[in-house]
Design a protein around this ligand. Structure first.
Ligand SMILES: [Zn+2]
Length: 465
């Protein structure tokens, strides 16, 4: 940016920061009560696990909250996968840019209720953090957006300094692509100059961070069949081809001894040239047990942001309790392959499928079904929105922003980039590593909600084209 542009933004920020900081601080009890309500909805978009009404109640809550902050044309739009996208908008002054605020109201399932130390669906304060499923991902970011809007209204009344559209997706965690399908079909509804993807977070608490790259993903289900039925392991075990053994052997070919992902045809030696992730910090963030080594031959940042990574998400096989002394006739696994920018998801899908089909032992029957693919993403180079957000981050946190990659996938980012090629897409939010998103005991640091909401309010107050 030019020195003039920087000075103009700084003076605009300086004139507002104290009032906005006070406004956001005063709004934090409201943020907590809002998050308590949002977390109470078991909004897992999977009818096999939770009633669909839980998602609908969360959607209505978000819609009502948007209307209460002066957004109009509030709609619950059905998308191709049946989920509802909440969209609400308010035009800005003439010539002001338009900003799209993204978040999602669906959440991951609890993943082991026994492992939770606090009630899954009840926001609970412990050691200064707020615990509950979705407290960070992504309901904490919904509250971040709402708090920023409220702070602006406290100061400026009904009208916002920029045009605003808020979109809350209803099936992000399922990867079923409802909103991805909706966006190009309804391009005018969501069109904006800057898109704030509130589904990310800082490198660490107190360190304002832009996420610049996202890994893509390929999800497949692999099924193995070897016998017409279960056979007694004493009478038949040893010669009867065991489908579970075949699956275990097959899955073992997807990692080498160091733990590098080894899918035939996919490079696994890329390096990350941005901020590094210190090993000790990663061990602590990831809860790695003493004496257990990290996997892969690269740095932590290489392994997380630059190279492919395969995870076995689930295996269909008899559980330990209730299992019989029998050779298994069939077994299945659900696999998740993360791919860095530079690898095409269709090529990755073909490579993974071919690898599985060519490595299955015993001539076992194999089928590989693709569930979903998502392209990796690299956020485009700087522009006025990025410049304004850098200044807002610095003012809110009292330190310069940094940049990192993210191991997770947000396929929607690629859709936004394709649909709105001129829009600036900024990835940010309250989901720092100690939030344990997608795991038991998810939590959010309320100071991150406060700082990020202030940064977002400052951005909205100062961003010009
Ligand atoms: Zn999320």
């Amino acid at each position: 940016m030019t020195e003039n542009a920087g000075a103009r933004i700084d003076s605009r920020i300086n004139s507002r920061i104290d009032a906005l900081r006070d406004a956001v601080r005063d709004l934090m009890p409201r943020a907590k009560s809002d998050l308590t309500e949002l977390v109470s909805y078991k909004s897992v978009y999977d009818e096999r696990q939770f009633p669909i009404e839980e998602c609908h109640r969360a959607a209505h809550w978000v819609a009502d909250a948007c209307a209460a902050e002066g957004l109009a044309d509030v709609g619950l739009h059905p998308t191709a996968d049946g989920s509802l996208a909440v969209v609400a908008t308010r035009p800005g002054p003439p010539d002001a840019p338009h900003v799209l605020l993204y978040c999602h109201y669906d959440v991951q399932p609890p993943l082991g209720e026994d492992a939770w130390r606090t009630p899954v669906w009840e926001l609970t304060e412990r050691d200064g953090r707020w615990y509950g499923r979705g407290a960070a991902d992504c309901k904490g970011n919904i509250v971040m957006h709402l708090t920023a809007l409220r702070a602006l209204r406290k100061l400026g009344g009904d009208d916002y300094p920029v045009g605003i559209t808020l979109v809350a997706e209803g099936s992000e965690e399922q990867g079923t692509g409802g909103l991805e399908d909706f966006v190009p079909r309804n391009a005018d509804l969501l069109r904006a100059d800057a898109i704030l993807i509130g589904d990310c977070g800082n490198f660490a608490v107190g360190v304002p961070t832009f996420t610049e790259t996202l890994r893509g993903n390929v999800n497949v289900v692999v099924r193995i069949e070897t016998l017409s039925g279960e056979m007694h392991s004493g009478m038949f075990g040893g010669a009867a081809p065991d489908a579970l053994a075949a699956l275990i052997q097959l899955l073992a070919t997807l990692r080498d001894a160091e733990g590098n992902t080894t899918v035939a045809g996919l490079a696994n030696d890329q390096t990350w040239d941005g901020v590094q992730y210190p090993e000790a910090q990663f061990r602590s963030d990831a809860g790695v047990l003493d004496g257990v080594r990290l996997t892969g031959s690269g740095t932590v940042a290489d392994m997380l942001w630059a190279r492919p990574a395969l995870t076995v998400l689930g295996i269909d096989a008899p559980g330990v309790v209730g299992s019989a002394a029998a050779v298994q006739p069939r077994a299945a696994a659900r696999l998740n392959l993360r791919i860095p920018p530079g690898i095409d998801p269709q090529r990755a899908r073909k490579s993974l499928t071919a690898h599985l089909e060519s490595h299955v032992p015993f001539g076992a029957r194999i089928t590989v079904e693709t569930e979903a693919t998502g392209a990796p993403f690299r956020s485009p180079a700087g522009g006025p929105a990025r410049t304004a957000m850098e200044a807002a981050f610095a003012a809110s946190y009292g330190r310069e922003a940094t940049t990192m990659g993210q191991g997770g996938s947000i396929p929607l980012c690629t859709v936004f980039a394709d649909t709105y090629p001129r829009a600036e897409i900024l990835l940010m939010g309250v989901e720092e590593p100690t939030c344990l998103i997608h795991a038991p005991n998810e939590s959010v640091d309320p100071t991150e909600i406060e700082h990020m909401a202030l940064a977002e309010a400052l951005f909205l107050a100062t961003y010009t084209r």
